[in-house]
Design a binder for this molecule. Structure first.
Ligand code: PRX
Length: 668
């Protein structure tokens, strides 16, 4: 739990006071046209939540059976739309079939650009075509023995089949857990074990920067991994379905592995959508916490879909003709809610791309925007900062006038990046929605509404309908406007997590015990005189590296799992590009030579244990780590050392002051 000093130390008292009002032109066409209009709707949603959410659920979603009760709340357990039945894939696909939307593009996809051996593909799937594929693949899942409530791992690159697989699971009530394609075999095995999955859906390989990422090979390896006692972590896996993408060599294990395309030849497209209870589990998504083991965040059907649909509609102000592009990978929650479920539930056109933003050249995004006439772009500050570094000449080469709205997510956006985004990408005409939310919240919680909310660079501004965020002190007392503290959410909301898979005690401890009765976000935040929320960043032992959430404990346990390491402590330091960088302080076992080779070895070791995103940026060898007399590692000190700051504060409890002098640099 955060030490009190972390909260009171929130000194990010930004001096930013530029205000950007939505243009009359934008507002006049928006769903919500003024701040007064927003406030009216917001107040109604807070005053009578049952009435508000009931009305939204009735109007926005198609139900097979109406609910009896909007909310059943026995803190910290919420049930939304109790007794109601619906289906997510029905709401994303079937409901559009008897409307003109049937022939509209649901997904437009562009693969990694053509290059050595890479074909450079493009595909468009209309709602009708996507429905056809999803129904067929749902039948494939059934054919392979899956039924309602079973868990499936999806480990794929950004190809349309990833979205098809997700939707097919929801069609028959199978719970998916998407694992980011950049994660390692070990991470795949850990997640299979945790949710006891029966099947893996993967791809022979995916493309990134002209190279093939061998996903099937990683799955093969995952399926051989054993725990410390020699027991298989993955014995629940019966089948692996392999989609062919990169044509790289893969091993097919007879009886276990089947090809996607062959299976699709065996089934028809007749697959009625299963009637699912509103509270039926929909997906599990693993995310880092402050202990070594990632948490399986559980989302359920009705509430999640309502949150994803409503926020997409209002925050991205969706219009019939939008070509909407959220650049997140489907391995993260942003990809779930804003590449797949939110846009499709709204009948919008969602654009998906495979590969990197700077391959073959740093104008990949701008080229795609011009080519497809993208109207709404939703990306992360870390990407924006990289674009700034690569230079304005790249966006200036392309016609970006199709854009009308920009979004930001994943970490605080620094005002310089905000202004660059606004001027260079948005041509000063596009509002920016800086959206704050989390894997746990399922959908956006704090954000401007683009036609209504005046924005200021660096703040996510005001809460979405029905959301009650507050800033509290260490005693959990609400603080007035213009103060800093912990960010909590006071009332339940439909798309909130329903728990941690298999560990409800951890759910209670992590989110509901810091400030009893309220959801603790793990973020520090301050409000300004207008009541705008300025997120400062995590105040637990979670870091935000290039928009990816990484638990320090997870990286530490990966490091100490290397034979040569005695002890490790991982902290963050500010980084211009990534927001935060990972610095590891490592002590080695007697006789081990601590040199550059070991540094490389340890970085690769962490890459193998977790995935390349978790590789420390900096590894510093130390003879000892600074500890209190009671043996606790003094992280506050390490953080100061890592960021090159002068050592401040009380070091009187430090066991051995001399260790401090030896921690200064990563050079031998
Ligand atoms: O610290 C906040 C930061 O990202 C965390 C959630 O990470 P994750 O669950 O991976 O979800 C990322 C995408 C929703 C939060 O606790 N964060 C997210 N959005 C913002 C942000 N910090 C500041 N401003 C944001 N707009």
């Amino acid at each position: 739990m955060p030490a009190p000093d972390k909260v009171t130390n929130i000194t990010s008292l930004q001096t930013e006071n530029r205000v950007f009002k939505p243009s009359k032109e934008f507002s006049s066409r928006a769903h919500v046209k003024s701040l007064a209009h927003y406030r009216k709707l917001y107040n109604e949603s807070i005053k009578s939540p049952d009435k508000f959410w009931g009305k939204q659920a009735r109007e926005e979603l198609v139900w097979f059976k109406p609910w009896k009760k909007v909310l059943q709340w026995k803190a910290p357990f919420a049930k939304w739309f109790v007794g109601g039945q619906l289906n997510v894939s029905y709401n994303c696909l079937d409901r559009h079939l008897n409307t003109p939307t049937a022939n509209k593009a649901a997904l437009i996809w562009e693969g990694e650009p053509a290059g050595a051996g890479i074909p450079g593909e493009e595909r468009t799937l209309t709602y009708k075509q996507l429905h056809h594929e999803v129904c067929k693949f749902a039948n494939v899942l059934k054919r392979n023995g899956l039924k309602k409530g079973d868990r499936v791992i999806i480990y794929m690159p950004m190809v349309p089949e990833a979205a098809i697989a997700m939707l097919a699971c929801t069609r028959i009530g199978v719970i998916h857990s998407v694992v980011f394609g950049g994660f390692s075999a070990q991470s795949v095995a850990d997640r299979i074990f945790d949710c006891q999955a029966r099947l893996v859906i993967t791809t022979d390989g995916g493309y990134r920067r002209g190279a093939v990422v061998p996903l099937k090979k990683n799955v093969d390896e995952a399926l051989t991994i054993k725990d410390a006692q020699g027991n298989s972590l993955t014995k629940t896996i019966e089948k692996v379905i392999v989609h062919r993408r990169a044509n790289n060599d893969v091993r097919i294990e007879e009886g276990r592995d089947v090809w996607w395309h062959r299976e699709m030849e065996q089934v028809d497209a007749n697959c009625p959508a299963e009637k699912m209870d509103s509270e039926a589990p929909l997906f599990i998504l693993y995310t880092s916490g402050s202990t070594g083991k990632p948490k399986g965040i559980l989302h359920t059907t009705g509430g999640y879909l309502l949150g994803a649909k409503l926020t997409t509609k209002y925050i991205f102000d969706l219009q019939e003709t939008d070509v909407y592009w959220c650049t997140a990978d489907i391995g993260w929650v942003t990809g779930h809610s804003y590449v797949v479920y939110g846009p499709l539930a709204n009948g919008a056109t969602s654009f998906m791309y495979e590969g990197a933003p700077n391959h073959p050249e740093p104008d990949r995004f701008w080229r795609l925007i011009a080519k497809y006439g993208i109207t709404v772009l939703y990306t992360a500050p870390t990407a924006i900062r990289a674009f700034m570094k690569w230079g304005v000449e790249w966006p200036r080469k392309h016609d970006l006038t199709s854009l009308r709205l920009l979004g930001s997510v994943g970490e605080p956006i620094n005002p310089e990046a905000w202004i660059w985004y606004h001027e260079v990408v948005g041509g000063k005409r596009c509002p920016i929605v800086d959206t704050w939310w989390q894997t746990e919240t399922g959908s956006i919680m704090i954000s401007p509404l683009p036609g209504a909310t005046p924005t200021k660079p660096g703040t996510a501004t005001l809460p979405f309908f029905g959301i009650v965020p507050e800033i509290v002190d260490d005693q959990g007392k609400t603080l007035p406007k213009n103060s800093g503290g912990k960010l909590v959410i006071r009332k339940p909301w439909p798309s909130m997590l329903r728990g941690i898979w298999g560990d409800m005690q951890r759910y209670k401890d992590t989110y509901w015990s810091e400030v009893p009765g309220s959801y603790f976000t793990g973020d520090g935040c301050r409000t300004d005189k207008d009541g705008y929320f300025w997120i400062v960043g995590r105040i637990d032992d979670v870091l935000n590296v290039a928009g990816h959430r990484i638990g320090t404990a997870e990286v530490e346990s990966a490091l100490v799992s290397n034979q040569k390491v005695a002890e490790a402590a991982v902290v963050g330091r500010p980084d211009d590009l990534k927001g935060q960088a990972l610095v590891a302080f490592v002590t080695v076992k007697t006789g081990v030579v601590a040199d550059q080779n070991l540094r490389d070895e340890l970085r690769n070791h962490v890459g193998k244990e977790i995935g390349p995103v978790a590789k420390p940026d900096d590894i510093r060898f130390a003879e000892a780590l600074p500890k209190t007399r009671s043996g606790k590692i003094m992280r506050r000190l390490l953080k100061q050392i890592a960021s090159g700051a002068e050592i401040k504060g009380d070091t009187t409890t430090l066991e051995d002051l001399t260790v401090l002098t030896k921690l200064g640099s990563s050079e031998e």
